[in-house]
Design a protein around this ligand. Structure first.
Ligand SMILES: NCCCC(=O)N[C@@H](CCCN)C(=O)O
Length: 415
């Protein structure tokens, strides 16, 4: 075994020990976020709690309200010239869902990011031979809405970061689950009210348009690729049965495995929106969210290193092809992966509950989740060490990142 290999093993042990030594503070951090669920862009308490956490940990430079009201940044760097310094990013999410609190476990995402960063710092600050590194923690709000990471990308918050890590609670350990491109859209129909019984013929029914739109999209599914998704709700359907609705509103999420396919689905969906207006005589407004979520650009080398580290800690990565191929969601982390190579693995939290259910909310706040959360943080920090101490590994990552980006560009440009 080479000296470097021995050094890597020692530093990985340090990471794990330092995370375990900080487990009480980390658990309190996660519990405080979990017990005060806040919606996208309204995560003021979570922001303040995380800023306080890093402020009280020595050595961090903390920027509160970093480019966004509820975003933050905490940085720590070893000495040495900035030229050779690798900037390793860890992301924290902390927004909850309406009505069901932290049913996606974002309190645990925050804990994983904080734990991995604290663990990596503790391992390196004591290292005899300096490893030039900057550790950057970014608090990224509003993943469940239009994507705070995308807003932060636009503001240049990821400039200078060489590789980025986060992890997402799930019902199993997975180095990757399909994370697809998504664009959210609001459809508004305008009609004309009248008395629904006395002279309905004099009205223009916006609810009819909403129902036709819903049904148009429901039949479109038969002509969609099986890995595309169209799903939504009628947010406003009318005021009273005897008033022909003159305003209705629907919200839909349109999803495709790659960002290149999304325009194709959007064109088909828009025909469904507009034909419902034509059929009823309504007018229609189609409003897309300001941010489109991209699919995750995968870097297999990062996934391989993470899986190797996770297995040494006992992570049991699923091999269920149905899960690995079909159980997809979306995340604004996808947009980050087109700017910075990164991984977004999933981790078991001690429950078989499904994300976005009340049962998952309970699981995300359960003490039982702590072991799995900290184990994942250790695996992320250990993977960062692999890159820091093995430049050839980072070169492989960058080479692969360049290749997959080029491949995506060709697909997006129809080349
Ligand atoms: N793969 C991570 C899934 C997290 C999640 O549930 N994200 C939301 C994002 C919605 C943004 N409009 C989703 O519905 O996939």
């Amino acid at each position: 075994m080479t000296d470097n290999e021995e050094r890597l093993i020692e530093l990985k042990d340090r990471v794990c020990r330092s995370i375990d030594e900080t487990r009480e503070k980390l658990h309190r951090l996660s519990q405080d976020i979990w017990s005060c669920p806040e919606l996208a862009y309204q995560e003021t308490e979570a922001h303040d709690r995380l800023v306080a956490f890093f402020t009280h940990e020595h050595g961090w430079t903390v920027d509160s309200h970093f480019k966004l009201e509820t975003a933050f940044r905490a940085t720590w760097r070893t000495g040495g010239d900035s030229e050779g310094t690798m900037n390793v990013g860890f992301l924290c999410e902390y927004d909850a869902l309406p009505g069901i609190g932290h049913a996606c476990g974002h309190n645990l995402i925050a804990e994983v990011g904080a734990a991995a960063a604290v663990g990596l710092k503790a391992a390196l600050e004591g290292a005899q031979e300096g490893v030039p590194v900057q550790v950057t923690v970014l608090g990224t709000p509003a993943e469940e809405d239009v994507g705070g990471k995308i807003d932060l990308l636009k503001e240049g918050a990821f400039k200078g970061i060489d590789v980025v890590f986060m992890a997402h609670p799930s019902k199993e350990d997975a180095t990757y689950l399909p994370c697809v491109a998504e664009h959210d859209v609001t459809i508004k129909y305008h009609g004309k009210t009248t008395h629904a019984s006395s002279y309905p013929w004099r009205g223009v029914n916006a609810l009819d348009a909403a129902v036709l739109c819903y049904n148009n999209l429901s039949v479109l599914r038969q002509q969609m690729r099986p890995d595309w998704r169209v799903h939504g709700i009628i947010k406003h359907g009318g005021l009273k049965p005897n008033i022909i609705p003159d305003y209705t509103e629907l919200e839909y999420y349109l999803r495709t495995p790659t960002r290149a396919e999304l325009p194709v689905l959007k064109e088909k969906a828009e025909r469904c929106f507009r034909s419902a207006a034509v059929a009823t005589g309504c007018t229609v407004e189609v409003e897309y969210a300001r941010n489109q979520l991209d699919n995750i650009l995968r870097v297999a080398e990062l996934e391989r290193l993470f899986e190797r580290n996770g297995k040494t800690l006992g992570m049991d990565f699923t091999t269920d092809e149905d899960v690995l191929r079909n159980e997809s969601g979306s995340t604004d982390f996808g947009n980050v992966t087109f700017a910075v190579p990164g991984i977004h693995p999933y981790f078991y939290i001690g429950s078989n509950a499904l994300n976005h259910t009340p049962e998952y909310t309970v699981a995300a706040g359960d003490e039982k989740a702590q072991f799995f959360t900290l184990r994942t943080a250790k695996a992320l920090a250990m993977t960062a060490l692999d890159l820091l101490l093995q430049p050839e590994a980072m070169q492989r990552v960058m080479q692969e990142f360049t290749e997959v980006k080029l491949k995506d560009d060709k697909m997006s440009n129809g080349v």
